[in-house]
Design a binder for this molecule. Structure first.
Ligand SMILES: [Zn+2]
Ligand SMILES: [Zn+2]
Length: 106
């Protein structure tokens, strides 16, 4: 929650403007683009969240795998090549039901 720097009112999010707007005095503040964390919020669970725009779910293959969050048995999956010492690729899954995203190392 953020407060207006001018009058101290609670700022509301204006999705069209992509800004925080004060309903009292009209002050606009830019939304800080923070790193998006997974639902767990912990640093170790930091997962690349791919927006629906970037990830075309219609062409993304589905696989039968159990969602750890809701128990659904179908998920979209895609691979991300990680440029590390081990040159391993990471497999990402996104639940078709609850949109929970998790990863597995191959
Ligand atoms: Zn204000
Ligand atoms: Zn799920």
């Amino acid at each position: 929650m953020k407060f207006c720097s001018r009058c101290g009112s609670i700022l509301t999010i204006d999705r069209e403007k992509q800004a925080l707007v004060c309903p009292k005095c009209g002050t606009e503040e830019m939304i800080e683009k923070d790193v998006i964390y997974s639902k767990h919020g912990a640093e170790k669970d930091k997962v690349v969240i791919i927006g629906k725009k970037e990830l075309n779910l219609r062409t993304t293959p589905q696989v039968k795998i159990k969602c750890p969050m809701c128990g659904n048995s179908m998920a979209y999956w895609w691979m991300v090549q990680t440029r590390g010492i081990d040159e391993s690729s990471t497999q990402f899954y996104r639940c078709t039901k609850c949109d929970y995203t998790w990863r597995e190392y191959s």
